[in-house]
Design a protein around this ligand. Structure first.
Ligand code: ATP
Ligand code: MG
Length: 624
C-alpha cells in the first residue's frame, strides 16, 4: 500500500506532519514553545553545572572549605532552571497530547462521515473489517508522530543552540559536536528508511487480521452450524502469524538501532574528554568549560532520541495516512439533483422504470461487469400495489434498490411522479420513498429511537400508529419497558419477525408516498402479512394510501396486488393479475406452487416469531 519507496518516505512523512501543523497551528506553537524552553534550559543546566564544578567545587577542594554565598547562588540557579524545565515539559506534553487526540478525533469523524456519503457501489467493494481499521488504527497511526513532534522540533533548536555555544566555548570541541550531531541525525534517517516497508506491511496486516476477525464473528451462526470453527481459526491464525512475524521484524530492527542511537552521544562525551584534555593542557579552555561541554553531551543524549521517535513513526504514519486518504479521496459520490417533490397534499407517488439496464461493478476494475437487469420497464401507478415475483437471483432486490436510488441504472431511467430520481434532492427522495430491506437492520437503541430515527414530526403518537400498521403494537406494548426497551445490538433480543415488523414500522412512520417492501414480511405469519398489506392499501386513520412495490412469494400476499410483475434473470417476462399469470405463465405457476408447498411443510414444524436468532452480531475489532 505504501505507494512510494522507502527513500521518499521521510519527505512524505514530513508533508503529513505539515498538514497536522496547518490544522492545529496554535496548539503546535504552544507545544514547541514549551519544548524550546526545555531545550534551552538543558543547555543552561550544562553551563551552570560546569560553573558550579569550576568555580565552586574545584576551588573548594583546593582550599578545603566551601563559600556559602557561592553555593547558595549555584543552588538558586539550578533551582530556577529546574522550574523552567518543568514548565517547558508541561507545555510540550499538554500541547502534544491535545494536538494528537484532536487530530485523531477530527479524522475519525471525517472518515466515518465519508463512509456514509460514499455510494453503495463503493461499499460493495470494501470489506467492513478494513473500514473499521481505516477509521481506527489507520487514523491513529497517521498521527502517532505528533506526540514526539514538538519535542523533536525543540530538540533541533536545542542542537543549534548547543553548536553555537560550543563555538563560543572552543572551536575544537565544536568540531566534535559537528561530527556527532549530524551522525546522530543520519543514523535516525537510515533507521526510519529501513523501518518503512516493515511498518507498512505490519499496518496492512493489522487491517487484514481485523477483517478476518470481523467476518468470522459476524458470521458466527454459519461458522458454528456448519462446523467451520477449525477452518476459521486456522485462517485467522495464519494471518495473525504473518502479523506477528512482521512485528517481530520491526522489533528486531529496533533492537539493532536503539543501542546504536544510545551509544553515539556517549562516544561524543568520550571524544570531548579526550579533545578537551588536550585543549586544557594547551590552556585554550578552562576546567569550567570542559565540564560544561562534557555534561552537555550527556544531557543531550536523551532529547536527541525524540528526533528518532518521530522519524521511526513516519513510515507507519505515511502508511496510515495513505489508507485514510484513500477513503477521504474516494470518488464515486452519488450527486443529488435540485428538484424537490412537494405536493400540497401528500398523495401516493407514481414510480416508473423505463428500459432500465443495470450491472454491479466488478470487485476488481479489470474484470468485466455482467448485466443483472435488462430492458426493465414497468409502472407502479399512484395508490396501486404491484407485486414483484421471481426466482431467487432474478434481480428483485436490485430493482428495489434502483427504485429508492441506492444505485443508479447504467442506462434507462427511474422516475418518481415523472421526475428522474437523479434530479431529486436527497431530502425529497428520503421523504417520498421508503425501502424495507430483505435483511432487517435495527440499531442498538430503544424501540422508539429505531422507529423515529430523530426525524422531525415523529412523536410517540406517530410511532404507535406506525407500529399498529406494521402489526407490531402488540409485542411492543408487551415489552418490559415498551418504547424505551433496548433491542440489543442488531436487535438480538427480538425474533426475526419482530425485527422485520420494527423496520416496517420505521419505514411507515415517515409516511412515505411510495413503499418498497423487499420480502419484508417473510418471517411474519402469512395471515399477519396479508393483514399488514391490506392495512397499508386502505389506511383506517384517514391518511392517503401509499403506492406499494412489494417483493412477495405467498399466494395470499400476491393476490392482494393490483398487478404482478414476473421477472426471470433480470428481465420482465410477464405481467398481469395473479390469476392471469397463474393460467398463462407456467414458470410463474410452478414458482408460486412450489413456494406454497415449502411453506406448508415449514408451517407444520415451526411457529412464526418464536425463532430466537442465534447471531449475536459481535463487532470485534482485533487490533495490535
Ligand atoms: N452487491 C452485488 N455485487 C455483485 N452482484 C450482485 C450484488 N448483489 C446482487 N448481485 C447479483 O445480482 C443478481 C440479482 O440479485 P438480487 O439480489 O437482485 O436477486 P433477488 O431477485 O433479490 O434474489 P432473492 O430472491 O434471492 O433475494 C444476482 O445474480 C446476484 O448474484
Ligand atoms: Mg432479494
Amino acid at each position: 500500500m505504501a505507494s512510494g519507496t522507502s527513500r521518499d518516505v521521510v519527505g512524505r512523512g514530513l508533508r503529513v506532519l505539515g498538514q497536522a501543523i496547518r490544522e492545529q497551528p496554535r496548539i503546535f506553537a504552544v507545544a514547541v514553545t514549551g519544548s524550546v524552553l526545555f531545550g534551552l534550559m538543558v543547555i543552561a543546566s550544562a553551563y551552570v553545572v560546569g560553573a558550579v564544578v569550576g568555580k565552586v567545587v574545584v576551588p573548594a577542594v583546593a582550599r578545603g572549605s566551601v563559600t556559602d554565598g557561592a553555593l547558595a547562588l549555584a543552588a538558586a540557579a539550578l533551582f530556577g532552571i529546574s522550574v523552567l524545565r518543568v514548565v517547558g515539559i508541561f507545555g510540550r506534553r499538554l500541547g502534544a497530547g491535545y494536538m494528537q487526540y484532536r487530530l485523531q478525533a477530527t479524522y475519525r469523524r471525517r472518515v466515518t462521515r465519508r463512509y456514509l456519503d460514499l455510494p453503495l457501489a463503493w461499499h460493495h467493494r470494501n470489506a467492513t473489517g478494513t473500514l473499521l481499521s481505516n477509521a481506527n488504527s489507520d487514523v491513529e497511526a497517521a498521527w502517532y508522530p505528533i506526540a514526539p513532534l514538538p519535542f523533536a522540533v525543540g530538540t533541533l533548536v536545542m542542537l543549534v543552540g548547543a553548536v553555537v555555544s560550543l563555538f563560543l566555548t572552543d572551536w575544537a570541541l565544536a568540531l566534535v559536536g559537528l561530527a556527532v550531531f549530524p551522525a546522530l541525525f543520519a543514523l535516525n534517517v537510515v533507521y526510519s528508511r529501513r523501518m518503512a516497508p516493515r511498518q507498512a506491511r505490519a499496518q496492512r496486516l493489522r487491517a487484514e487480521v481485523s477483517g478476518i476477525a470481523h467476518e468470522s464473528f459476524d458470521g458466527a451462526l454459519v461458522v458454528k452450524t456448519m462446523g467451520r470453527e477449525a477452518q476459521e481459526t486456522s485462517r485467522f491464525a495464519a494471518r495473525a502469524g504473518d502479523l506477528r512475524d512482521a512485528l517481530i521484524s520491526v522489533g528486531r530492527l529496533r533492537g539493532v538501532f536503539d543501542p546504536m542511537l544510545e551509544t553515539l552521544p556517549s562516544l561524543g562525551t568520550l571524544a570531548v574528554l579526550v579533545v578537551g584534555a588536550i585543549r586544557l593542557r594547551q590552556g585554550a579552555i578552562t576546567v569550567t568549560e570542559l565540564v560544561s561541554v562534557a555534561f552537555l553531551f550527556t544531557v543531550l543524549a536523551f532529547p536527541v532520541r525524540a528526533i528518532g521517535w518521530v522519524l521511526a513513526e513516519l513510515p507507519r504514519s505515511v502508511a496510515g495516512w495513505d489508507r485514510v486518504r484513500r477513503v477521504l479521496d474516494a470518488t464515486g459520490e452519488m450527486p443529488y439533483g435540485e428538484v424537490a417533490l412537494d405536493p400540497a397534499t401528500p398523495a401516493p407517488a407514481t414510480l416508473a422504470f423505463h428500459d432500465v439496464h443495470f450491472g454491479y461493478e466488478p470487485a476488481e476494475a479489470h474484470l468485466p461487469g455482467t448485466e443483472v437487469l435488462g430492458e426493465v420497464t414497468f409502472t407502479v401507478p399512484a395508490g396501486k400495489t404491484v407485486a414483484l415475483v421471481g426466482p431467487t437471483g432474478a434481480g428483485k432486490s436490485t430493482i428495489a434498490s434502483l427504485a429508492v436510488r441506492l444505485v443508479d441504472p447504467r442506462t434507462g431511467t427511474v422516475t418518481l411522479d415523472g421526475v428522474d430520481v437523479r434530479e431529486l434532492t436527497a431530502a425529497s427522495l428520503a421523504s417520498t420513498v421508503a425501502l424495507v430491506a430483505q435483511v432487517p437492520f435495527v440499531f442498538d437503541d430503544t424501540v422508539r429511537a429505531n422507529i423515529a430515527l430523530d426525524r422531525p414530526g415523529i412523536g410517540d403518537e406517530e410511532v404507535w400508529a406506525a407500529l399498529r400498521l406494521a402489526e407490531a403494537d402488540g409485542f411492543v406494548a408487551a415489552l418490559p419497558e415498551g418504547l424505551d426497551t433496548m433491542v440489543g445490538e442488531r436487535g438480538t433480543s427480538l425474533s426475526g419477525g419482530q425485527r422485520q415488523r420494527l423496520t416496517l414500522a420505521r419505514a411507515l412512520a415517515g409516511r412515505p408516498r411510495l413503499l418498497v417492501l423487499d420480502d419484508a414480511t417473510s418471517a411474519v405469519d402469512p395471515r399477519v402479512e396479508a393483514a399488514i398489506l391490506a392495512g397499508l392499501r386502505t389506511p383506517t386513520d384517514g391518511g392517503a394510501p401509499a403506492s406499494i412495490l412489494v417483493v412477495a412469494y405467498r399466494r395470499a400476499t400476491i393476490a392482494l396486488a393490483d398487478e404482478v410483475i414476473y421477472v426471470e434473470q433480470g428481465r420482465v417476462v410477464a405481467r398481469g393479475t395473479h390469476t392471469d399469470l397463474l393460467a398463462t405463465v407456467p414458470g410463474y405457476a410452478d414458482l408460486v406452487t412450489a413456494y406454497e408447498q415449502a411453506e406448508q411443510e415449514r408451517e407444520q414444524t415451526r411457529t412464526y416469531d418464536e425463532v430466537t436468532p442465534l447471531t449475536s452480531g459481535l463487532e470485534v475489532e482485533v487490533d495490535r
